[in-house]
Design a protein around this ligand. Sequence first.
Ligand code: NDP
Ligand code: 2IT
Length: 450
Amino acid sequence: MANVYLEKVLEQVKINNPNEPEFLQAVKEVLSTVEPILDNHKEYEKLAILERIVEPERIITFRVPWVNDNGKIIVNRGYRVQFNSLIGPYKGGLRFHPTVNQSIMKFLGFEQIFKNALTGLPIGGAKGGSDFDPKGKSDTEIMKFCQSFMTELYRHIGQDVDVPAGDIGVGAREIGYMFGQYKRIRNAYEGGVLTGKAISYGGSLARKEATGYGLVFYVREMLKAHESSFNGKTVTISGSGNVAIYAAEKAIAHGAKVVAMSDSNGCIYDFKGIDLDLIKEIKEVKRGRISEYLDKHYDAVYTERTGVDSPIWEIKTDIALPCATQNELTLNSAKMLVENGVLAVGEGANMPCTQEATDYLLEKGVLVAPAKAANAGGVATSAIEMSQNSMRFYYTFEEVEAKLERIMVNIFNSCKENADKYGCSGNYVAGANLAAFDKLATAMVAQGVV
Ligand code: NDP
Ligand code: 2IT
């Protein structure tokens, strides 16, 4: 990095945000690639473009007290990071997971600004959630927690202000309980205040499928640009949640064979190709563990996760789709994938590759589809859900999917054009950052010092 302004800002971000490694990682990853734009726009330093974009507009933290089934009072911590409202209302998911902390919320919120800009739709960047662990909780406990969470969050959101959605640990069930509580407090049906709603009260068809489908559309375009395709390829997908399941479904529809999936305990390998209906049954209906797959498929192999590196990346594959969580694909894992001849890595999760892993994959000529572009189909379809709520009219599944597909093709094209324009052809990680930053910086200049 040669740009002095950039180095100065990165140093200051480190000083201002101690003990926030994930946030620093995300900031460094983006800023280290936008140097060519800064070189062309010397005025950005005077306008403090970087200093402003790395500072959240607002961070809200709050107490979430609730009573469990045994009558015990539990106190969790809730968050909403309203990072940037430059191009639309704050928009981004809610994560319920015991690892949630301010650093993770801020990295996710920061990524979301750039991702949302890439969609071409009017949405700003935000993230929220809680250190609440939904695992093992009864349905009543989930409902009580969601109601308590919304009893505080409601005063900070609104369909033109901030529109949360799902993420890890938050799906249609949780969104439903939160929407019910919001509606009760507000005494109004404001459909567009949350997205990822069930279809019966204002959700969009294809939102559930959108992130995974969108990921496959993006990777398909990337493969196509390099004279390749999903057809006949082997695919491994980490996670077995919302993103992973629908990425698998669309990859299979494109002629690929998905041979492995995982959860936080371990991974399954089925050389015949994964039985996706069974995965859906275990995960979406029973909320069980992926090891239960072996109860029906005796010849599949289950490998428990024992260390930092996930065993799924040791499996030989053409295309790897990390769809679980941040930093799940380490340098060691990247080396294993390359040794086994991987062609492409498509990030379904947010920041699933460590910086070292991404650098290594790019250096070895592996195609990398960066999260903020490749998983943007989820939030893009959330924006389509918002527009349907405003219109009070609904599209068919096919209509939403066609819009999603067009958006993903456009996002890929803009990553490619920017990579080509700035002399890093084939590097879509840089291409995505450059495309998004260019748009955001231009909007910041137009809106003055706010
Ligand atoms: P889900 O809660 O539906 O699924 C999460 C999956 O990842 C589960 O299989 C879970 O395993 C695994 N996982 C979660 N945390 C860890 C961890 N710390 N270590 C190992 N495995 C873990 O979440 P989603 O599918 O919605 O989200 C997956 C990723 O995709 C996240 O990074 C999210 O930010 C990102 N994303 C989601 C979007 C969406 O629309 N939902 C949109 C864009 C990105 P287990 O059950 O054992 O915990
Ligand atoms: O990371 C993400 O983009 C999401 N969890 C989806 C956000 C949204 O508002 O749909």
